[in-house]
Design a protein around this ligand. Structure first.
Ligand code: ATP
Length: 610
């Protein structure tokens, strides 16, 4: 019921009901309190509102699993946009009979199966239907809504003739590709052969030469089918026997790590602890300090897994084994075509990178088809959620200045190490620094993840997907360097200081900010004081430190790479910043701070070269 506060209680209940089936700790933390008030920016992640009513639900790429609760959606009668793109939903595709205002539906890149519900034909306002990359079967209903101009059912298992409606014929061939059994225009396949059942075919046999030929054809088909089934059964039987043998061998070969091994080299340990699964692949342990003694390949494959999300280079799962700490398994895709030795060399280089602020690689698995990385699980999530999650709700734990400074310090130390400025012998740029790749462990230590992938990912793919905060020279040259890392670090610090979602990580429909441009403008136009996240300002004594950190970040975000400082210099400057005020001068709190006062620190303005 609309109680006058600008939202409908039953829509909120419907969303909470929907959430209860989504298995998402992130939404559990974020979807609390009031979802939206009148036309203000919604408090809940992925919600769009108009006059307190839910008009959009955009939950893309956040690793949602399970079934969608259809009865919950039925209560969102003002819904115009629904997007669950790139998650791991399964179940039948839902009907939207009570969501008559739906204009955009995007369920692409999930595991929906079953038929496309014909009730979608009654959605008169439908403009876009994106259901590609699922497991849908059956015929395509005869969509004929005149406004439906964006339609994509590619990469499913649909079959039969594409209906000859104006709407379905107007969209290109690419909308249908990847469905082996679709026929008729716009595909080049003719729908000539009408498949008959065996009984129909044999009853036809008495009626002339043509049906005799057809009967022969069906008989050949049956024989081929039977042969195929026999071959498949034989293969399955052989595979089962081989699998059982390998399991027994594996159990016998698993060797526990001994204390004296801890100081041996990675390669020695890798060789000694190699657990062979025959031609299938190896699980190689490169780190013994994080409970790796407690699992083997079999245990890992049997562990219960929870999807953490789909990244640009593969999917991440949290694996919980019967004993020992949870680990994270990253299933890599789009790798360079490296042979096993080259792959091992690159991994050894990654595993060799050891720093308290780098997420440790525990083990890896290599087979021709599958490459997995096993990492320590960071129990307190990632920096993106820490900065932005649960805003405006009572559950939000404030992210204070001192903790943000600690995060900036941790990342600076890690990058400085990767850039070869400390003991590290090989200097490899990170190339993909962003707040979801900065993790927080159970003791609130900062752990930078995804380092070293530049050497493994196919160049063409890396060029498209790396560098979340894109620096100007990356846009023209498509290459990553230490200087592009420095730019990314500057942007990450600005995200920390402002609490704003940067443009690259904003979900569709959620407004993100070009942080560098925005803060540079604030400095130029002399309203710097207003860009700081209010949440940290409650703590006293942070004024000078915050300004100093912003000054460093802006230097890192210089458009010209040569003018950006080296990571060593940056790390040293960040180390010097004090978390609290030790002098009167440093006292600062937004409660006593006039936000209209401009902070025109000369040195700050001097750093901007935009
Ligand atoms: N070791 C870990 N412990 C806890 N959470 C993790 C761990 N590794 C990854 N995650 C989380 O899992 C999710 C998916 O991670 P993944 O690295 O696959 O994607 P991403 O960081 O969003 O993008 P990219 O592939 O570009 O790095 C992210 O939210 C990430 O923070």
């Amino acid at each position: 019921v609309d109680d006058g506060s600008g939202f409908l209680g039953y829509e909120r209940d419907a969303l909470l009901h929907l959430k209860s089936g989504l298995n998402s700790p992130f939404l559990d933390r974020n979807w609390t309190g009031i979802m939206c008030y009148m036309d203000n920016t919604p408090y809940w992640y992925g919600i769009q509102c108009h006059k307190g009513r839910v008009t959009g639900l955009i939950l893309d790429s956040i690793g949602l699993t399970g079934d969608v609760k259809v009865d919950a959606l039925s209560n969102l009668t003002e819904l115009q946009t629904l997007s669950f793109k790139n998650n791991s939903f399964t179940g039948r595709m839902m009907e939207f009979t009570l969501n008559q205002k739906l204009r955009n539906i995007d369920l692409s890149r999930n595991g929906f199966y079953g038929e496309i519900p014909p009730s979608l034909l009654n959605l008169d306002s439908l403009e876009s239907l994106q259901i590609q990359d699922n497991r849908l079967t059956g015929l395509i209903p005869g969509f004929n809504q005149s406004g439906l101009t964006r339609f994509n059912v590619s990469n499913n298992r649909l079959s039969g003739e594409i209906p000859q409606t104006k709407t379905l014929q107007a969209v290109g061939l690419s909308s249908y590709q990847g469905n082996a059994n679709l026929c008729g225009p716009p595909t080049p396949t003719l729908c000539r052969v009408k498949w008959q059942s065996v009984s129909e075919a044999s009853s036809d046999q008495s009626s002339g030469g043509q049906s005799h030929g057809h009967g022969l054809f069906v008989a050949v088909l049956v024989v081929v089918d039977v042969l195929l089934v026999v071959i498949i059964l034989l293969l399955l039987f052989t595979y089962y026997k081989k699998y059982n043998k390998l399991r027994k061998e594996m159990k016998a070969k698993a060797i526990p790590v001994k204390d004296e091994e801890r100081n041996s080299t990675i390669m020695e340990r890798a060789t000694e602890r190699r657990i062979s699964v025959g031609e299938g692949g190896d699980l190689v342990f490169v780190e013994s300090d994080h409970g790796t003694t407690t699992f083997d390949l079999d245990g890992l494959f049997r562990a219960s897994a929870e999807g953490l999300g789909k990244g640009n280079f593969g999917n991440c799962y949290k694996a919980m084994m019967e004993v020992g700490p949870a680990v994270v398994v990253k299933r890599l895709r789009d790798l360079k075509p490296l042979n096993k030795d080259e792959f091992t060399r690159q991994i050894t280089a990654i595993a060799d990178q050891k720093h308290p602020n780098l997420l440790p690689l525990l083990a890896y698995f290599y087979s021709k088809e599958e490459k997995l990385f096993v990492y320590k699980f960071a129990a307190n999530g990632n920096l993106f959620n820490r900065i932005h999650g649960g805003r405006g709700t009572r559950e939000r734990i404030p992210f204070r200045w001192s903790s943000r400074l600690a995060a900036a310090r941790g990342v600076a130390r890690a990058l400085n190490y990767l850039h070869g400025n400390t003991r590290s012998h090989t200097a490899v740029p990170h190339g993909n620094l962003k707040s979801t790749n900065v993790l927080i462990d159970e003791s609130d230590e900062i752990l930078v993840a995804d380092y070293g992938l530049t050497s493994l990912i196919a160049l063409r793919i890396a060029a498209q997907r790396m560098v979340a905060y894109k620096c100007p020279e990356y846009l023209s040259q498509k290459s990553v360097s230490k200087k592009s890392d420095v730019w990314s670090y500057g942007c990450l610090v600005l995200e920390l200081l402002t609490g704003r979602v940067p443009a690259h990580s904003a979900a569709e429909g959620v407004v993100g900010v070009d942080l560098c441009g925005w803060v540079h403008r604030a400095v130029r136009e002399e309203w710097t004081g207003e860009v700081f996240d209010e949440e940290m300002a409650v703590q006293r004594g942070a004024n000078r430190g915050m300004l100093k950190l912003m000054q460093i970040a802006l230097k890192c975000c210089d458009r010209s790479p040569e003018k950006r400082p080296e990571m060593g210099e940056v790390a040293a400057e960040v180390e010097e910043i004090k978390a609290g005020g030790e002098s009167e001068e440093d006292d600062f709190s937004y409660s006593s701070y006039d936000r209209s006062v401009t902070v025109t620190d000369d040195s700050l303005s001097a750093t901007t070269s935009v």
